[in-house]
Design a protein around this ligand. Sequence first.
Ligand code: KG4
Ligand code: ZN
Length: 341
Amino acid sequence: MTKIVMGIESSCDETACALVNDQREILSSVVWSQYDEHRRFGGVVPEIAARAHLEKCDILIQEALNKAGKTFKDLSAVAVAGGPGLIGGVLVGVMTAKAIALCHNIPFIAVNHLEGHALTVRLSHPVAFPYLLLLTSGGHCQILVVEGVGQYKKLGGTIDDSAGEAFDKVAKMLEIGYPGGPNLEKRAREGAPAGISFPIPMKGRAGCDFSFSGLKTSVRVYIENHSPLSEQDKNNISAAFQEAVVKQMKDRLIHAIEIFKRDYPKAKDLVVAGGVAANTSVREMIQSLAKQNGLIFSAPPIQYCTDNGVMIAWAGMERHLLGLHDSFDFKARPRWPLDTL
Ligand code: KG4
Ligand code: ZN
């Protein structure tokens, strides 16, 4: 019989629910972004996020069931992002999923949000373990070898901010609106980086770690020295900033690919995931890097790069098929590094 898993996501500023089956089909996916709630603060306010999740969670779950033409009785298991994330929101999702599991007598699965990002690509692409992954989102920027479900080897991570955070903060400094990443990408498309040279942190250094705070400071100083900015100045700064981010990612990935090829000579897949993986320049750079190194590039479809329910449902399905269920003792976690799974 076909297995169906529901996935609930509420760890940041998206409330989402989706149903997937073990034939790799998405039966439904609903995402409600809290942009309007947070816009006037220029960023996510945790208390407002938690309250909004609480208001919307039940509605979205019912909507996901309706869209799929299913009821709770059709579910084989319920999965939820159990962390890492803003604890108020994570709690809302975890308590809701536990209640569903208890009422309908189905397994409860606590998915690490990052594992959701890491495994989503396998829903749409034939990517086998192990694969090399750049996971770049609002809260994280790391390079991992995904050896299997629950098995991650970290090659490097950020020593300060994440890439998504840098996109969001630079967008805020440029006053080009929230959410920052997608707006900044649009601006960059209209701009030219020539004439502005921002530093490329970590470039040439050994290892696979990232750093974005120096770049952010350089952008701030540039803005201070060149204000008032015209709209075209903002576009050009966006383009120069994005170029510096992409160059850093390239430099770090070159090291990671060396390690990956040495330690996993038979492996062949290079994947990018997480919210920043929605960025076309980032995707194109990694695609060409894969080609140069004889690797196959894959990434989730753009709408499943930023937070969504499908990624939690799919990671839940992978766990369910392996019999990896959780007990009701599971506690929502604000921090939960992937390499400790
Ligand atoms: O994965 P995600 O939805 O949430 C976290 O797990 O953090 O990632 C959100 C981050 C935000 O920082 C957002 O600005 C960034 O991903 N982002 C982008 C783009 N779309 C989303 N950054 C650059 N270019 C984009 N197109
Ligand atoms: Zn995320």
